[in-house]
Write a protein that binds this ligand. Sequence first.
Ligand SMILES: [Zn+2]
Length: 552
Amino acid sequence: MRMNTPAVVNPRVRVIPAKVETGRNDANPDGEKKKIAVYARVSTFEEEQQSSQELQESYFKEMIAKNENWELYKVYADHGVTGTNTKNRTAFNQMIEDAKEGKFDLIITKSISRFARNTLDCLTYVRMLKGLTKPVGILFDREKIFTLDNHSSTLLTVISSLAEEESKSISANVCWGVTKRFSQGIPHIPTTYFLGYDEDEEGNLIINEEEAKTVRRIYKELLSGKGTVVIAKELTRDKVKTARGNTKWTSDSVLKLLRNEKYAGHALCQKSVTLDPLTHKRVRNKKHKPQYFIRNHHPPIIPEEDWNEAQKELDRRSKMLHDPGGKYRSAYSGRAPFSNMLFCGVCGMPIIRRRITSKNKGEKYYFTAWHCRVASQKIKADFTCSAKYIWEEVLEEAFLELLTEMKKEKEQIRIEGEKVIEEVNLTKEENKRLQELEGIIDRVSKQINEMSLRESIMKDPIYDATLRNLIYEAQIFQQEYENLLSNQDESMYLRKQLDQLLEYLDGPIEVAAIKDIVESGILHENYEIEFTFKCGVKRTAYGRPRGKQKDK
Ligand SMILES: [Zn+2]
């Protein structure tokens, strides 16, 4: 049986789902009433204005009376203290002692700022009370935080992050500005050095058609197989202007442009996040897992599907170029069909193209072969590899043979492809969660909006911090949401690739197609080549030890 707190009458703050549980029902199977402690604190200043103490007390007494599973244990009240020093908080200290002795089950208090002098202090008490043999939860009424509920680890993280911010004593004004912008859903994006967009009078991003042409060209060329080095070279050659107005392009600037999510119409805020103020451990964001991501923030220059495909292509190439140790990096060259596509089955390093000179009965001849980078000794490595090379001709032949075979078993390929997609597809629960998260994010955002409109609260730095805490919470939900969405994207990508492969198998086959349909391949010692197609389906091609053809 779940026990919910009664709805709180406070028209100005939107209440987060009435999901506050005490989590203590198991410990009280007999349905015994929970003993509730109330902590109230009022400043001298407030007492002059109104009888705030009495108001707080009666408010909570009423709240407790409304819940048939609750009974008031005691009201602990501190008067006229600033709260910056626990020494003067006699009632507070008494309450903590009573909690340790298990005299009550739950503390209700108006807000974090009433309860503790700062959030770090608050966190310490939250943890301590939670860790008691008979855990005591705290319900912060204004913030709608219950420290023992299912999300409490998230909430503790949130509180932790605030505590650190406080310890860094960031100016409340600065934070307030950020909050305000967040509440309007508009991170400000400067366009001065941002190719493709201008800003209108209201600060909205609008497409600059002239510059957008360059952006489109770069994405198109990447997807047609060109590397960033070549793209940069050609842009420089054609005297195409950069965002800064010059005509010097580097592969780095091209890459940055290709990785910029803003071209798909999205905006990304806050790239890193702090998890624990006590250890000061900072957790960096993974590159495609933004903390806070606003979809469809402005008009896109690159359709989302193309943008996603470009990211995949970049990922694939960078995987190719970075060997396991990450030591040997080279520029991507898209010239030969198998380049940046094959890996050594012996040591895992990329397979490269080589011109090899050999002799047969005293006569010199040349041929092209594909060979492990380490085995061919083209790079210095701290290990050796014994892999043999394969003739290009043999490789091409084996690949074409494979495609010819695949033409005959399209139905089987479809079945296998569907299986792969099914694995990535969201489960029923995940789909449900995705929808649930949409609702949660919506609600939290609305709450942030409403709270941030309460200007009088600006006087209260802890309340301000609470607002930031809500924002942080929104970000965490947003992150979970984005992770699920990216799985959904992945399944859409695989579906598209499967359709493309099947369509391709209907037409004439050629080696050049490899770039469109194959993700990667592993060349084994027995000359078998294990191909993974972009749709996730795997097939093995069979090569031979040596070729027969003789050049010149
Ligand atoms: Zn090797």
